[in-house]
Design a binder for this molecule. Sequence first.
Ligand code: FES
Length: 225
Amino acid sequence: MLMSRTLTSLVRTVPRSTKSRAAAVTQPLFHISQNKDEQQRQHSTQVPDFSKYKKHSSGEASRTFSYMMIGTTGLLTAASAQATVSDFLANMSASADVLALAKAEVDLNSIPEGKNVTIKWRGKPVFIRHRTTAEIADANQVNVQELRDPQTDAERVKEPEWLVMLGVCTHLGCVPIGEAGDYGGWYCPCHGSHYDISGRIRKGPAPLNLEIPEYAINDSLLIIG
Ligand code: FES
């Protein structure tokens, strides 16, 4: 009996002491964990103080400054674009020596009737023929319909006594010889093309008449180009 009372008291006391010890151990740990959670929650929700970085000037001043910067950038860009375009146009425009070569002037009084003169214009030969009355009549009596490149003489001259044309064979670009060939005009020895006294192709492989350049005659001055 005594023995069983003793066991019962042991059984009762042991859990009581174990519970109290567990409570003594776990209660502070729970507090620590709770404090940490609280600290983390506070830390994550706390907004830093940015007041010392805050701008103290008014919004109006900022807007004015922005407008000024945009305006200045636009002006600089426009000035730069204008300078670039000006330089480009200056480079693209013809220089004085090129413009001088663009036109050629010939005093027609210096060319006797029945004679040829060849000048160089834009790197190409130009034939100028002071035709005789017989040559003009010869050029006009041709049946244009029979020509490979049909053109009347009147279509090829501004004044009948002056024939002005490029001295470049329309076959492969050789320079024909004057006062030669079967038609009393020009002959290209490269492949045997014959041009008449109006510079029209009459025989040989050349497909077209000799080309007439842009020109004008002012009194006795011939201006080519
Ligand atoms: S280049 Fe003149 S005939 Fe061929």
